[in-house]
Design a protein around this ligand. Structure first.
Ligand code: ADP
Ligand code: MG
Length: 588
C-alpha cells in the first residue's frame, strides 16, 4: 500500500509558511523591517521597485550576523529570539517564529548581506529556497536583505498581486505604521529611486506623528486621554470640523504595538456621535495600555489583530476618551497656524501645562435636563400658554463670563484668560437644543406647549403621510398633531425654545424634509430628528440678542456635553489665543 502520510520536503514547507507570512510585498517589508528593529537598528532604509514585485531591499545598521548565523538564519525555525514555549508569552520582540527569512527566500531570489563589524561581512544568495552561494564581502556593520522576483516560482501567488500603485501604497502604509511605532528609529522609503518617506531618528512621538502624517493633518488633532476598567488610552483625535469623508488615517496601538481593529475604530466614532457630520471619518491615533495578560497578540499570523479579554471594556474606554476630549475647550477650533500637536521639541506634558486647563464647566458634566428655553426671563411666546416646566438653573460651575458683546448680530465674544472666545450663536443654540431634546427623549417628557387656539396646517399627500408615520418623533420634539380631515392637520401643541421661535415655519420645514426622505440613512433617526429640530429652532444669525440673552445662551452651552461642536461637526466656539495676537502684533 502506498504511504498516505509523508513528511513535506523543507522547501515545500517553507513555501506553505510563506503563504501565511508573505502575502504581498508589504508583508515582506514588514518582516524585514521588524528584523532590522530587533537587531537594534537606528536607521532603516527601504527600497521598493515596481511595487516590490521586482525589488524589495531593507538595509539596517543593526548588530548584523556572523557567517554561521547568516546561513542558519535562512534555515527553517532558526531564530535567535526564542528558546522555549514560555518565550511566546509577552510581546517583547517582533518576530518569534524563525520562519520569515526562509519563507521569503523560498519564494524569491534573496541576497542576505551582513556584518557584525565594519569591514568583514558575509553574503548569502538563495534562489527559491536553495542556497546558491556564500561569500565574504566587505561592508559596514548591519544587514541588507535584497528580495528580487518575488513569487517567481509560485505563479499562482504572483497572479494575485495587485497593481504596482496599490502594492506600493500598501508597502508605504506598512512602513508608516512601523515609523509611528518606533519614533526613536530613523526611516527612509525609496520608491523606484525616489524618496517618499524620510523621518530622522530620535523623534518624540508627537514629532513622529507630525512627520509621518504631515503637519497639516497633525494640526487638526487634539489630545485625548482616559483610563477606565483596566485600560488607559492616550493619543490624538481629529477635531470634528476638520474630518472629511475620505482620506482619514487611523493608527491604533496596544502596549506600544500597532494593530488593526475596526470595532475600536467604530467605538471611537461612536464617541463623535452628534458632534460630527454623519459622513465624515475622523483621523485617529490612539494608544491603549493594559496588562499584557489582558490581550493576546498572537491570533494573527502577521500579528495585525489582537484579542482582548475584555473587549467591551476596551471599546468603552476608547469611546469615552473621544467623548471627553471633544468636550474640552481645547477641542474648540483655534485661530493660528499650529493648532493641534505641541510645537516641535515641546514634550506633551510641558505643552499641556503651558496651555490653560479647561475650565471645569467645559469638562463634560452629567447633563441636568433643562427645558429647551434659554430665554428664561423673557416673556412667553404669544399665543402659547405658560411653560409647563420651568427651566433648570445653569450649573453652579459655569465659567465666569466677563462682558459679552455681539458681533454682526451673529457671534458672541468675550475675553477669557487664554484669549478671545467667539461663539456662533446659532450653532451654540443648536447644541443646547439638541441635548435638551435628547435628554427629554430619554426621560420620556416632551417640551410641548399647548396652544390656546390650535393652528390648522394644509399639507401635501406626501407630507401628510410622513406626519402620520413620524407622529411619535414629532411629539417627542413637542409638536402635537391631530388629523382634521383631508390634508389638513391641527397643531395642538408646539415646542417653544425661545420667543422668536416660529413654530409653524419649523413644523412646515421639518415635514417637508421628512416627505423628501431627508431623514433616511442615518444610524439613529431620533438623533437626526433632534438635530434637525435643533437647527430649525435655534436662533438665527442676524438676530440681535441682549446681554442677558447672550449670557443665558453661553451658560447653557457650557452645560452641554460637547460645548465646542454643533450637531453637524461644525464649530460652535473659535478661540483666538492671546499668543496668536501677540505673534501677529510682534509682541513675541
Ligand atoms: N536584519 C537582521 N539583523 C540581524 N539579524 C537578523 C536580521 N534579520 C534576521 N536576523 C536573524 O535571523 C533570524 C531569523 O529571522 P526570521 O526568519 O525573521 O525569524 P525571527 O525574526 O522570527 O527570529 C533572527 O532570529 C535573527 O537572529
Ligand atoms: Mg523576523
Amino acid at each position: 500500500m502506498p504511504r498516505r502520510i509523508h513528511i513535506l520536503p523543507d522547501a515545500l514547507a517553507d513555501q506553505i509558511a510563506a503563504g501565511e507570512v508573505v502575502e504581498r510585498p508589504a508583508s515582506v517589508v514588514k518582516e524585514l523591517v521588524e528584523n532590522a528593529l530587533d537587531a537594534g537598528a537606528e536607521q532603516v532604509r527601504v527600497d521598493v521597485e515596481q511595487g516590490g514585485k521586482t525589488l524589495i531591499e531593507v538595509s539596517d545598521d543593526g548588530h548584523g550576523m556572523g557567517r554561521e548565523d547568516a546561513i542558519l538564519a535562512l534555515d527553517r525555525h532558526a531564530t535567535s529570539k526564542i528558546r522555549s514555549a514560555g518565550d511566546l508569552v509577552g510581546i517583547r520582540s517582533f518576530g518569534f517564529r524563525g520562519e520569515a527569512l526562509p519563507a521569503i527566500a523560498s519564494v524569491s531570489r534573496l541576497t542576505l548581506s551582513t556584518a557584525e563589524t565594519d569591514g568583514e561581512g558575509t553574503e548569502v544568495q538563495v534562489s527559491g529556497g536553495r542556497v546558491d552561494r556564500v561569500a565574504e564581502v566587505a561592508r559596514r556593520r548591519g544587514t541588507t536583505v535584497t528580495v528580487r522576483a518575488l513569487f517567481f516560482n509560485t505563479p499562482a501567488r504572483r497572479k494575485f498581486l495587485r497593481s504596482v500603485a496599490s502594492e506600493t501604497r500598501a508597502a508605504h502604509e506598512v512602513l508608516a505604521t512601523l515609523a509611528l511605532a518606533n519614533p526613536a528609529i530613523g526611516f527612509e522609503l525609496y520608491v523606484d529611486g525616489l524618496r517618499r518617506l524620510f523621518v530622522p531618528p530620535r523623534q518624540t512621538e508627537e514629532e513622529r506623528l507630525a512627520a509621518v502624517w504631515g503637519r497639516d493633518l497633525a494640526g487638526t488633532l487634539l489630545p485625548a486621554q482616559h483610563g477606565a476598567g483596566g485600560f488607559r488610552v492616550d493619543g490624538f483625535i481629529q477635531r470634528p470640523g476638520d474630518a472629511r469623508p475620505t482620506g482619514r488615517r487611523t493608527q491604533l496601538f496596544v502596549n506600544g504595538r500597532p494593530f488593526k481593529d475596526n470595532f475600536l475604530v467604530r467605538a471611537a466614532e461612536a464617541g463623535y456621535r452628534a458632534a460630527i457630520h454623519p459622513g465624515d471619518r475622523p483621523s485617529l491615533y490612539l494608544r491603549l495600555w493594559t496588562d499584557p495578560g489582558e490581550v493576546d497578540v498572537n491570533v494573527h499570523p502577521a500579528k495585525l489583530e489582537v484579542r482582548f479579554r475584555d473587549r467591551v471594556g476596551a471599546e468603552r474606554v476608547v469611546e469615552e476618551a473621544v467623548r471627553l476630549a471633544l468636550g474640552t475647550l481645547e477641542a474648540a477650533a483655534m485661530m493660528g497656524e499650529w493648532r493641534g500637536l505641541p510645537a516641535e521639541g515641546v514634550p506633551p506634558s510641558a505643552a499641556s501645562a503651558s496651555s490653560p486647563a479647561p475650565s471645569p464647566a467645559l469638562s463634560p458634566t452629567a447633563y441636568a435636563a433643562a427645558a429647551p428655553s434659554f430665554f428664561d426671563a423673557a416673556p412667553a411666546p404669544a399665543g402659547a400658554a405658560q411653560p409647563s416646566e420651568t427651566a433648570a438653573a445653569p450649573p453652579a460651575d459655569a465659567p465666569a463670563l466677563g462682558p459679552l458683546f455681539q458681533l454682526f448680530d451673529t457671534y458672541i465674544c468675550y475675553e477669557a484668560p487664554e484669549g478671545m472666545v467667539i461663539v456662533d450663536q446659532h450653532s451654540a443654540h443648536e447644541r443646547v437644543l439638541y441635548e435638551a431634546v435628547m435628554a427629554q427623549l430619554r426621560d420620556g417628557g416632551a417640551p410641548a406647549q399647548r396652544l390656546l387656539i390650535a393652528e390648522t396646517v394644509e399639507l401635501t399627500d406626501e407630507e401628510l403621510e410622513s406626519v402620520e408615520r413620524h407622529g411619535d418623533e414629532l411629539r417627542h420634539v413637542g409638536f402635537e398633531v391631530e388629523g382634521f380631515g383631508g390634508r389638513t392637520v391641527l397643531l395642538q401643541a408646539v415646542p417653544a425654545p425661545h420667543p422668536r421661535f416660529d413654530a409653524l415655519a419649523c413644523f412646515r420645514e421639518m415635514v417637508a424634509d421628512l416627505a423628501r426622505g431627508r431623514f433616511g440613512g442615518w444610524h439613529n433617526r431620533l438623533e437626526r430628528f433632534a438635530a434637525t429640530y435643533a437647527c430649525r429652532a435655534a436662533v438665527k444669525a442676524g438676530q440681535t440678542l441682549d446681554p442677558r440673552e447672550m449670557r443665558e445662551l453661553l451658560l447653557r452651552l457650557f452645560a452641554t456635553e460637547l460645548p465646542p461642536h454643533d450637531v453637524h461637526g461644525r464649530s460652535t466656539i473659535v478661540r483666538l489665543p492671546r499668543e496668536e495676537l501677540e505673534r501677529r502684533f510682534g509682541r513675541r
